[in-house]
Design a binder for this molecule. Structure first.
Ligand SMILES: Nc1nc2c(ncn2[C@@H]2O[C@H](COP(=O)(O)OP(=O)(O)O[C@H]3O[C@H](CO)[C@@H](O)[C@H](O)[C@@H]3O)[C@@H](O)[C@H]2O)c(=O)[nH]1
Ligand SMILES: [Mg+2]
Length: 195
């Protein structure tokens, strides 16, 4: 399909840690519409990887809980967010990043990952693609405490919970992270866990 835009220009609004730019472009909708000038702010936070750990014998999943300021600023009174393990790629391949983050955040050393899918996390605002995986874990794969890197001020609680309970936490609103909801539903559709 032909790109419907031209004359794309940008200015940097902030490049402190990540990149926030303002773009202008001419947009031509297919059909007999005149060209329009559009203006959009786009946040480039890099791409990320996220992993749902599951054990089908115990019927459990491993999730993380941490303080997430943006959620606190928008309706989450405690600011604590229950999520799949995740991290920014920081130049790594998605699989490599996924394994590294699982070890840092949960203490599990995993070798095999299954790619579920990729998703634009917020396509109107951010460039970020999240690479989503599931991975089977067993107790003997726990080689470390997890909890995140103290050098990065990560304070992460590791939660091992029953799959059914995790599912109920979506309905109750205790889980609101989109990647986490997607991966729990993916696992349910695969029918490896009992519900
Ligand atoms: N200085 C600074 N550091 C930051 C900032 N944001 C994050 N960090 C650093 O990055 C660390 C977190 O690293 P990761 O585990 O790699 O990322 P994440 O915060 O879990 O993010 C994941 O989930 C996000 C969605 O909520 C995704 O956007 C991201 O790509 C990744 O998958 C934080 O502890 C902190 O040190 C920021 O605005 N400023
Ligand atoms: Mg993380």
């Amino acid at each position: 399909m032909k790109t419907p835009i031209d004359n794309l220009k940008s200015i940097v609004l902030s490049d402190k840690t990540f990149l926030l730019k303002e773009y202008t472009f001419d947009y031509k909708h297919p059909g007999n519409h005149p060209k329009e000038e559009h203006l959009r702010e786009v946040y480039d936070h890099g791409d990320g990887a996220a992993v749902l750990l599951y054990n089908f014998q115990k019927n459990t999943v491993v999730l993380t809980q941490q303080f997430r300021l943006p959620t606190y600023l928008n309706g989450n009174t405690s600011g604590m967010s229950v999520e799949v393990c995740s991290g920014s790629l920081d130049g790594d391949m998605p699989e490599e990043c996924a394994k590294k983050e699982v070890l840092e955040e949960t203490g599990f050393t995993i070798h095999t990952l299954e790619k579920a899918f990729e998703t634009y996390v917020s396509p109107g605002v951010m460039t970020e693609i999240a690479h989503l995986f599931i991975a089977e874990y067993t107790d003997d794969m726990r080689t470390d405490q997890g909890g995140g890197l103290s050098a990065e001020q990560e304070h992460i609680d590791v939660l091992e919970i029953d799959f059914n309970k995790a599912f109920r936490m979506i309905a109750s609103g205790e889980i609101k992270d989109a990647r986490t909801i997607l991966l729990l539903q993916y696992l349910k559709i695969k029918d490896v866990m009992s519900v």
